[in-house]
Write a protein that binds this ligand. Structure first.
Ligand SMILES: [Zn+2]
Length: 296
């Protein structure tokens, strides 16, 4: 990332973007009147497509399998971004380093905060700068995000505003039903704890009055003291499941699982199949909470 930035400083970002734009004009000219939208992760793509229908071409910045916490955008990403009508920001650390430079460049791209009006969770345990970024893993937050998308699309493309508003209304009705179902299923477990390597489900946990016990410490692997503390708490609460995410190889999660005689469950959190992924997670959470419940 540093080399890219210093390159920009040397040559000047406007010049680079000018070269990229003219160099790729072929592609830009061929595209239809559909909106060109760039997002960071697949769940955002799903949300945007639910609102935009076929009115938008959505590009995901993060390549499959990449870790959003450590991703470094490539020059090709900048080229795509410079041609986008809208970039929906997610507030990940790399964006905070990257976007101020792009905003100052002469592109017509609109930079929109997708998380406007969401009560962000400030998390000292999570090395993301200001807030825990996993806002999309919550049906309630998805409702707010959907409203934000509909507002922005209607503004930039008013001809189709009615269609965006209708799509958003339909999707929000689904989200409300999903939220009600999750609340019902998790009500018996209010104030209980889920054990995770990475604190990805804190917004979900807030929605349903659950607590997340994370193995990670300040976004990194824990020290010996933290490990002992997590294992002690997990034993006391009779937790038997350690949730991990697929892109991170959690040796410490294996160690904790071994110590509590528990099992590891992998949960996807960047899936485009957002609703199915949420349902799978709730199935697994319910199972884990039931196990810890029964032994009391
Ligand atoms: Zn994360």
């Amino acid at each position: 990332m540093l080399t890219q930035f210093s390159l920009f400083r040397t040559i000047g970002i406007k010049l680079i973007l000018f070269g990229i734009i003219t160099g790729c004009a072929c592609e830009a000219e061929q595209s239809s009147d559909r909106l060109r939208i760039m997002v960071v992760i697949p769940p955002q793509q799903y949300f945007v497509e639910r609102v935009a229908g076929d009115r938008a071409e959505v590009t995901v910045l993060l390549p499959p399998g990449a870790n959003p916490h450590t991703y470094e955008p490539r020059p090709a990403d900048l080229a795509v971004l410079s041609r986008a009508d809208i970039y929906f920001q997610l507030g990940l650390p790399f964006e905070e380093a990257w976007l101020p430079r792009l905003r100052s460049a002469e592109t017509s791209t609109r930079f929109i905060d997708m998380l406007a009006d969401i009560d962000l969770i400030m998390d000292d345990e999570h090395n993301h700068g200001h807030h825990n970024p996993h806002v999309w893993l919550s049906a309630r937050s998805a409702r707010t995000i959907t409203g934000n998308i509909a507002r922005e699309l209607s503004d930039i493309d008013p001809q189709y505003a009615r269609q965006y508003q209708e799509n958003a209304r339909d999707f929000i009705a689904e989200l409300d039903a999903l939220d009600a179902e999750f609340a019902e299923r998790l009500r018996p477990f209010n104030r209980r704890t889920l054990l995770m390597h990475h604190p990805a489900w804190v917004y979900f946990a807030r929605d349903y009055d659950l607590t997340i016990l994370a193995i990670e410490e300040h976004g990194s692997e824990p020290g010996a003291g933290r490990m002992a503390d997590v294992i002690e708490q997990a034993r006391r609460l009779n937790l038997r499941t350690v949730f991990v995410q697929p892109t991170i190889n959690p040796r410490t999660a294996d160690m904790v699982a071994g110590d509590i005689q528990g099992r590891i469950v992998v949960l996807e959190n960047l899936s485009y199949e957002w609703e199915q992924n949420m349902r799978t997670a709730v199935d697994e959470f319910e199972r884990a909470l039931q196990e810890s419940n029964h032994a009391e």
